[in-house]
Ligand binder design. Structure first.
Ligand code: HEC
Ligand code: HEC
Ligand code: HEC
Ligand code: HEC
Ligand code: HEC
Ligand code: HEC
Ligand code: HEC
Ligand code: HEC
Ligand code: HEC
Ligand code: HEC
Length: 324
């Protein structure tokens, strides 16, 4: 076995192993493994094939020349794997992203004569990256909320100086990336009612695809907020024999998905949460009604849901009051 084929096989083996481990360790629908596994399938081959002899093309000098002056850029992570024909380094090298560099080299490093993504228009950076990353996870980038607001790839990723171990992020983890612009959402994670995001069992990207989606709010799953929630909380999904209308309208009428200061991430405390809609019921619904105070399980314990336990909907023949 030549050295080259040995490297190829060990790289392939490592990749397959990594995939297997990732898939095996996925904890049901909360795992990120499906996302990671999709990476391989999401890629377009590079703009040029390896046999095109990149360095021979007019205006291109090849990576070795660039590295002669920029040796600090030698480590390229996933992009540097020359054995993988889809990577930039297996194609035009540095110039896959920076464009032909002959003029820059002849000009002894004239910065005006080379493309630097850090100084380029957001749309130009996106174009450079989506020449390869344009499938699967990335297919909906065009027209996405981030793209539309000029948030480009390099706002969240750094090719040369990533702070994370994987995914080449500008911060050490996903939350750190989102925090630069969505601090309010990160702050909510510290509240008492929340999903296990701060415990690291979920990420912002478990629910959102920052690269675009067909759902509202960059949500990964389904065509509505309710469908997205039901992708994990299937027991809350209708149709129920007895529907509670707000549950069908979407879970965020009552829950804040990012966290709240109330139990169960409710947007307000019980019974107030119910009283926003149920002012008049045959039994007193407000704590101010005569007879309510003192006797009232309506205020104490789990308040209204002490009795109306099937609050999301009921399949019991006599469940129309969501008591069972
Ligand atoms: C003869 C040495 C030399 C070679 C060869 C060279 N560069 Fe440079 N490059 C420089 C110098 C000097 C600078 C300016 C450095 C600085 O400002 O820190 C520079 C700056 C850059 C910049 C930043 C431009 C900016 O706007 O700030 C990029 C990107 C770059 N080079 C890419 C490349 C690429 C890609 C290649 C290979 C095609 C390459 N360089 C080859 C010397 C070189
Ligand atoms: C996958 C695309 C890509 C490839 C391949 C690539 N670069 Fe870059 N380069 C970038 C981006 C994006 C930036 C802006 C800063 C960042 O994201 O890290 C950049 C910035 C730079 C800069 C200037 C920024 C600084 O550090 O001051 C230099 C110099 C540079 N690259 C040199 C190189 C060299 C040399 C190679 C080849 C070994 C190379 N690049 C390959 C995408 C690429
Ligand atoms: C020539 C094609 C090509 C271009 C252009 C390109 N990439 Fe990649 N990129 C790849 C390949 C191939 C991989 C490795 C995928 C794999 O491991 O299956 C990759 C991996 C990545 C990863 C995942 C890294 C990891 O640790 O797994 C990120 C993030 C990424 N690219 C971002 C970018 C950004 C940002 C740009 C533009 C500045 C860019 N890419 C330009 C081909 C490209
Ligand atoms: C708003 C932040 C943000 C923007 C903008 C962004 N990304 Fe990402 N990207 C992420 C995060 C966070 C991850 C890690 C996803 C995860 O852990 O599930 C990621 C993952 C990736 C991956 C590896 C996973 C995969 O499925 O392919 C690639 C490649 C990638 N991004 C490329 C790009 C490209 C290309 C662009 C620009 C067109 C871009 N990203 C724009 C935040 C962003
Ligand atoms: C560089 C700043 C920046 C970063 C980093 C960033 N975003 Fe955004 N995000 C924006 C902007 C700007 C908007 C558009 C806001 C608007 O239109 O009101 C937006 C919108 C959104 C939206 C709402 C889309 C909608 O329909 O209203 C979601 C969800 C989102 N971002 C999630 C994320 C996640 C998750 C991350 C981390 C992976 C992230 N963002 C990182 C700037 C950023
Ligand atoms: C459990 C799923 C879930 C997780 C985890 C999650 N989000 Fe959201 N996010 C949603 C839903 C659902 C909405 C839509 C809320 C609405 O429109 O009422 C949303 C809306 C948003 C919006 C846009 C709407 C607004 O209120 O401005 C941003 C920005 C956002 N999320 C960022 C984040 C960030 C950052 C994280 C990580 C800290 C995160 N999300 C984690 C489900 C989630
Ligand atoms: C990726 C899977 C996933 C998605 C999508 C998801 N959740 Fe969760 N949710 C969880 C997990 C895991 C827990 C923690 C369960 C536990 O501790 O038993 C949880 C817990 C909860 C709790 C209880 C919180 C507490 O303080 O006890 C509520 C309420 C909730 N989710 C509502 C929602 C809503 C509303 C949505 C849609 C915006 C949603 N979830 C989307 C996985 C998910
Ligand atoms: C009318 C308000 C309302 C709506 C709408 C609503 N919920 Fe709830 N939800 C509650 C209340 C109140 C509790 C607390 C129940 C308790 O303490 O027993 C709760 C508890 C939960 C819990 C944690 C306890 C459990 O039963 O597992 C989850 C998960 C949950 N809701 C998910 C959802 C999902 C998913 C949706 C959308 C399909 C949704 N909720 C819509 C009011 C609502
Ligand atoms: C966003 C408004 C809204 C919120 C918040 C809300 N509900 Fe409802 N609820 C409705 C609507 C609309 C109906 C259907 C009324 C009808 O059919 O006459 C309903 C029906 C009911 C019924 C059955 C009533 C009947 O006449 O059959 C009960 C019981 C009930 N809700 C309890 C609660 C409880 C307890 C809470 C708090 C956890 C709550 N609701 C929160 C809108 C709401
Ligand atoms: C001690 C148990 C209990 C508590 C606590 C309770 N309910 Fe009820 N509720 C019932 C029963 C039993 C019925 C069915 C009455 C009937 O069918 O005649 C009912 C019926 C209802 C109805 C439908 C009938 C009507 O009067 O319109 C609504 C709406 C309702 N409750 C809302 C609430 C709200 C809101 C709260 C909290 C403020 C609450 N309930 C607290 C036991 C309770």
């Amino acid at each position: 076995m030549t050295r080259r084929t040995f490297h190829f096989f060990s790289a392939t083996l490592a990749f397959v192993l990594a995939l297997t481990i990732a898939v095996a360790s996925a904890d049901g629908p909360h795992g990120l493994a499906p996302v990671r596994a999709a990476v391989a399938a999401d890629l377009q081959p590079g703009p040029l094939q390896a046999q095109d002899q990149p360095a021979a093309q007019a205006g291109y000098v090849g990576a070795d020349t660039c590295l002669g002056c920029h040796d600090d850029k030698a480590s390229m992570g996933a992009h540097g794997r020359v054995v993988d024909p889809r990577t930039p380094m297996a194609n035009q090298g540095c110039e896959t992203c920076h464009g032909p560099g002959q003029a820059h080299v002849d000009g002894l490093g004239d910065t005006a004569l080379i493309r630097n993504p850090a100084k380029m228009a957001p749309s130009e950076v996106s174009e450079t990256c989506t020449s390869c990353h344009n499938r699967g996870e990335h297919a909906l980038w065009e027209g996405s909320q981030h793209e539309g607001r000029d948030v480009t790839c390099s706002a969240c990723h750094s090719v040369h100086s990533p702070q994370s171990e994987t995914m080449q992020l500008v911060a050490s983890d996903v939350r750190g990336v989102c925090a630069t612009c969505h601090r309010d959402k990160i702050a909510k994670l510290d509240r008492s009612g929340h999903m296990p995001v701060r415990e690291g069992k979920m990420e912002c990207t478990t629910c959102h695809n920052p690269h675009g989606s067909t759902n509202v709010r960059l949500l990964r799953q389904g065509d509505s907020i309710g469908e997205m929630c039901a992708s994990c909380h299937a027991d809350k999904r209708g149709p129920f024999l007895w529907e509670h209308p707000p549950s069908r309208d979407g879970c965020t009428t009552c829950h804040d998905p990012h966290g709240s200061s109330n139990e169960r991430m409710l947007v307000s405390r019980s019974p107030i949460i119910c009283q926003r809609c149920h002012v008049q019921t045959r039994h007193p619904s407000t704590i101010y009604d005569a007879g309510a105070i003192g006797t009232s399980a309506r205020v104490y314990a789990r308040s209204c849901v002490t009795c109306h336990a099937s609050i999301h909907g009921s399949n019991h023949p006599s469940g129309q009051r969501f008591l069972r």
